[in-house]
Design a protein around this ligand. Structure first.
Ligand SMILES: [Zn+2]
Length: 192
């Protein structure tokens, strides 16, 4: 049984609810487990592998691996920074890998804890890590959001409700990141 320091729960909740919440809170700390959980969903796994294969083909930058858990082994995660782009908060950031040793550095912005459900926070972290790991899949440098958006179009994976958004693209890097993330969440949704 996993131990978790976040386990204090209001006494008025029944035992089942307390146990469920405790488990959800413990999951906040284990992003790699969260990623594994997202990839158990076949739609998610197929999309992730598909987009990595497509982006590698269209950019001629071969992939290191099409398995995010494999990619995670060469990536360090820092949860301490608050990232922004032009003053807007950003969930995560993939820095270029170290030139000599190839280790990647991935940053995750901490969430404000107020008013957020444990399962939403756990999903946010896992999905952000997965998003950034896809950037890290490129052997000759990270794949950009723009390249990933193009690959999604080329593989015919734009969800119906995002077709208009896709067609009206400005090429703005923030919008590319937001679009790639929305599509990733479509194929890798929160289950609980
Ligand atoms: Zn991105």
């Amino acid at each position: 049984m996993e131990r978790c320091a976040l386990a204090t729960q209001p006494k008025q909740l029944n035992a089942d609810t307390r146990m469920r919440r405790r488990k959800q809170q413990c999951r906040l700390r284990t992003s790699n487990k969260g990623v594994a959980e997202l990839l158990k969903n076949k739609d998610c796994l197929n999309f992730v592998k598909g987009v990595i294969h497509q982006v590698s083909k269209s950019t001629k930058n071969p992939f290191i691996s099409d398995d995010p858990q494999e990619i995670l082994r060469g990536v360090l995660i820092d949860f301490s920074q608050q990232y922004t782009n032009d003053g807007k908060p950003v969930a995560g950031r993939a820095y270029p890998r170290d030139i000599e040793y190839g280790i990647g550095s991935l940053g995750i912005s901490p969430l404000v804890g107020t008013g957020i459900l444990p399962q939403a926070a756990a999903y946010h972290y896992a999905e952000t890590v997965l998003h950034e790991l896809i950037h890290f899949a490129g052997r000759g440098g990270n794949y950009s959001d723009r390249q990933l958006v193009r690959a999604i179009g080329e593989m015919g994976a734009v969800p119906k409700q995002y077709k208009k958004w896709f067609e009206s693209f400005s090429g703005d890097p923030d919008e590319n990141s937001g679009f790639f993330d929305a599509v990733l969440q479509f194929y890798c949704p929160r289950k609980d």
